[in-house]
Design a protein around this ligand. Sequence first.
Ligand SMILES: [Zn+2]
Length: 341
Amino acid sequence: MRKTLYIIGLSTVVFSCTSQQNAKKRQYIPKTPSIQQKATAQTPAEKPKPKITSDHGVEFFTTNIADITKNDNTASYGSIVSAKPAGYKVVKDYFPAIAQNFRQRYLILHYTALPDDKSITVLTQQAVSAHYLVNNTGDNQIYQLVDENKRAYHAGVSAWRADKNLNDTSIGIEIVNTGYTTDASGKRIFAPFDDAQIKKVAALVKDIVNRYQIPATNILAHSDIAPTRKQDPGPLFPWKKLYDEYQIGMWYDEAQKQSYYDLATSTDFQLQYNDPTFIFNVQTQLQKFGYALDLSGKWDDATKKTIEAFQYHFRPQNYDGIMDAETFAILQALVLKYPLK
Ligand SMILES: [Zn+2]
């Protein structure tokens, strides 16, 4: 038996040596494609991998790349979710790129216009949602309805500065509040927010804004990004308090506002009010600040609603949609403080 095997082995060697050219030919012309695939899989071309680089010399590398195990999206590198292609291994330890950032670039605040129980039902069972729901039940809970990495349906048709459809790039927070009723004169009367609830909102916003490094110019009301459709969270939402006490969002400098106000009142503000040039200037300032608005040179419905939305946020004492001297001074002070980059 052994002898026989030896002879076969020897003849194979002899055959190999004497028929090298033929053997080579056979290697290069496989009978079927499947044979070639099999051969490749058995002898993979093992090229040396580049060295792992964990220090790119920029803070960006360690702060902007997610790791679900850290639960803060910022502590490490590596993807939260990876593909698992059949038969292959996705490796995320080697080459994280520095050229990346978060998709979460905006934070949009809403009120639900409903009490607690109905807010939950609507935001979980219907075609609208938000990432977080801040209840008004006096406990210490905040409900998460949608993962931060997924898109919630809270903004609808929306725009701010160069961006549109902000559902794609925002975190949405719904605050339980019953919204407004309309009085006999047609004026909207809004429901106040409880202090305890505002503290919850502030803590939540602060946490999100810090983790994603969302700039002050991108922390907005639903009414800011959809002024012709929306009023929430309305004029009783305490934007100034959030700015003063938590350094959240935008607010104007009083001195800058005053100098614009003095300038407006030293001229006859009312006299120029219906001059198309003045209206065009107002619309340009609103657009520069961030509102999506056509420059029509007329006090059209969209312009009035945009002014009203601006007043809800920055001059809540009077939200009649009329660009008075104070509103205009505040708008110009904000444009000066938060220029388009
Ligand atoms: Zn809303």
